[in-house]
Design a binder for this molecule. Structure first.
Ligand SMILES: Cc1cc2nc3c(=O)[nH]c(=O)nc-3n(C[C@H](O)[C@H](O)[C@H](O)COP(=O)(O)OP(=O)(O)OC[C@H]3O[C@@H](n4cnc5c(N)ncnc54)[C@H](O)[C@@H]3O)c2cc1C
Length: 251
């Protein structure tokens, strides 16, 4: 996927377009016939803005004056990898039958293209939007989620599942037990901890975990508000859908 991203970046630059990285958006201002995005590397004016800010997409949409009918709640996905001596236990991609009630697949085994086998991810509520480790907490993010009616409704409905996920996050034997449903021979000693990712999960005000892509339009902005897995795999198709939307808006 890194290679896909690098190739896309190269093609954008080949056509004389600019990619600005590390330019945090801090404000969005509307004018009569344009929109200005304030970033830590200066202001950018445009006719239209596409917001694909992942974990911060709802905040960016609000910054731009939209009223998205959802809030992003971060769910950390933690992984282990199989130690080389145990890799023979996994000969293919192995997935559980998903529970249609949840947008998360459940832990699975992924044979990686450059070798190695990933085991995971679980889905644990992260106490901060960029909560890539268990110890990161941000009181503002925590309160924002906890005071959102949708979050409280979700927590009320799925508290048991949530607690089990947290338990599996802190207990390696519990995580291993879940993996053994797919490969019974796996033992804790076969696994070592690997870096985690954080899902940007849109949550509706009624507590619904949005499981489809959600793309919203507002004044001079297209907001990608929910792009869960497999949005990376589908990124080219989603991209062309967004450019179609954009073409219609600027006609
Ligand atoms: C654990 C895990 C496993 C996954 N597995 C798969 C998989 O197997 N297959 C698959 O297809 N998908 C998978 N996904 C999902 C995939 O990662 C997402 O669907 C995809 O990354 C969404 O792309 P995006 O561009 O919308 O958002 P992101 O990739 O999150 O990008 C958002 C970007 O916005 C930037 N940003 C945010 N706020 C600001 C700001 N204020 N100013 C400037 N920039 C900002 C961020 O820095 C980031 O670069 C997985 C995700 C996780 C967490």
């Amino acid at each position: 996927y890194t290679q896909v991203s690098l190739r896309l970046a190269a093609r954008i630059q080949e056509q004389d377009n600019q990619i600005l990285t590390g330019a945090e958006v801090t404000g969005i201002r509307h004018h009569a016939d344009s929109i200005t995005v304030n970033t830590k590397q200066g202001d950018i004016s445009a006719k239209q803005v596409i917001n694909c800010g992942g974990l911060f997409s709802d905040r960016l949409a609000r910054m731009g004056g939209a009223k998205p009918a959802c809030k992003i709640v971060p769910f950390r996905g933690e992984y282990y990898v199989l130690k080389p001596a145990a890799e023979h236990l996994c000969k293919a991609l192995i997935y559980p039958v998903p529970n249609p009630e949840f947008p998360f697949l459940g832990v699975h085994f992924t044979k990686m293209i450059h070798g190695g086998v990933e085991c995971g991810p679980n889905a644990v509520w992260a106490f901060v939007r960029e909560g890539y480790t268990k110890t990161r907490i941000n009181i503002g993010d925590l309160l924002e989620a906890a005071t959102y009616p949708g979050f409280r409704k979700m927590a009320f409905k799925y508290w048991k599942t949530g607690l089990k996920e947290m338990w599996r996050s802190f207990s390696k034997p519990a995580f291993v037990h879940e993996l053994q449903r797919l490969i019974p021979e796996i033992k804790a000693a076969d696994l070592e901890a690997a870096p985690a990712g954080v899902r940007a999960q849109a949550l509706g005000p009624d507590g619904t975990l949005v499981d489809d892509f959600m793309i919203d339009e507002s004044d001079r902005m297209i907001n990608v508000l929910n792009a869960p897995s497999p949005a990376a795999t589908s990124s080219l198709r989603i991209g062309s859908m967004i450019t179609d939307l954009l073409a219609r808006r600027i006609q």
